[in-house]
Design a protein around this ligand. Sequence first.
Ligand code: UDP
Ligand code: UDP
Length: 463
Amino acid sequence: MLTSGNDLEPTPHIALLPSAGMGHLTPFIRLVALLTSNNVKVTFITPHPTVSISESEGFSQLFSTFPQITRMQLHLLPLEDSSSKSEDPFYYHFELIRRSSHLLSPLLASLSPPLSALVTDMSLTSTVIPITDALQIPNYIFFTSSAKMLSLFISFHTLVDPKAKDFVEISGIEPIPRSWIPPPLLEDTNNLMKIYFTESGKKMKESSGILVNTYESIDGESLAALNKGLVLKGLPLPPVIAIGPLPPFKFEKSQPLAWLDDQQAESVLYVSFGSRTTISREQIRELGHGLVRSGKRFLWVIKDKKVDQEDEVELVDLIGHGLMGKVKERGMVVKNWLNQEEVLSHPAVGWFLSHCGWNSITEALWHGVPMLLWPQHGDQKINADLVERIGVGMWVKNWGWGGDPIVVVKGKEIAETVVKMTGNEFLRERSAQVRDEARMAVGEGGSSHERLNDLIDSWKSSA
Ligand code: UDP
Ligand code: UDP
């Protein structure tokens, strides 16, 4: 019997280790699916337990679709000292993984055939590099935000008192206004975000390569500065490899979206603040009034708790009977979770009011949906700026960070902004162009497609 050329090629064996939260897990799942489709043997190491139900469901769906992926669980040890538990539950989980990392070494060493590389989430960089160094396994870091944010991550430990200046200066990058920097990084006291940013950012330069879910035409300035060694002022970095936007992975299970099916093409504003962001009750009500007042049809996902399994309040108790009645006349409102990929790919969806999580942005670019940008925390202002620059989103900067107890944006202003944004035809035309560029980047011959192929080839040659 003849064997095809492909069967004779060495198969690299790659293990991947994500951290916590859908914003980190979703791109990992997409990368795992893509590598598996490219005949790479994948072992996916899944931290157990997960923080949210969405994460454990994400794992189940992936493994049932691709039974050829090997699953290894990293059983996290409970912490005796739970003082950091009061901080963000997802950052707390990074800490749990860090403290359980001695379990990783025997796990990696036991894998067969021996690994060609380990791909780790950026939040685990400082934890994992000493382990892979000791085992002599190449370590790639997967950075799940933009290359612009990566420049800040890598250089943060070198910045002198960033809160004292109006702009943060990073060599090779346009200065970043201080107000766009994630607030915990500017606090005097240590917090989990600041610790992981400092320690993992510093260690990044020792990795074998940094994968980023972005692409040349939207993030070219930062990619060039990173790859030319400008960001650390001449100190060379490992190759920064733009492999995005990672195409959505089609889940087998889907949710019925009957209400959307009944709406006209491009007539609905989709409103969501991602997987782990809550806004105040007062702001929820103002937003509801604003949406009603805008006269647009809308599909609105509301979260009341950061972690989905704790989110038990009834919708009507959140927004009140009066507003609920009005909302139902023009829109559809749901609690907690919708399959966003299905929503954004639906022909009825015309616009997206987003908190600017990097995955939400890459998904909207992929589907050519223009955005109303309302960054809430973390990297989201830096992301919002990128989207505004490429001409597919509108950002009202004085709305500030979400969660700011002083700034509650009034319904009237929200309504006016929605009307203005949805009436902007330029945003829609430009979104269609950007969608085509995104698909070209990962299509045959596209920049991200080539980068990923080169990477897989380099793994093959060492397998
Ligand atoms: N997501 C979803 N349904 C929801 C909320 C979020 O499918 O109701 C997905 C979304 O498509 C994205 C991820 O969860 O892939 C959230 O990541 P993002 O970076 O946008 O924001 P984060 O949740 O980390 O703030
Ligand atoms: N409200 C608001 N923003 C608006 C409109 C109304 O916060 O854009 C507040 C209003 O101040 C009042 C409550 O919502 O306290 C009820 O407003 P409305 O007259 O719309 O009645 P309901 O929605 O309760 O039927």
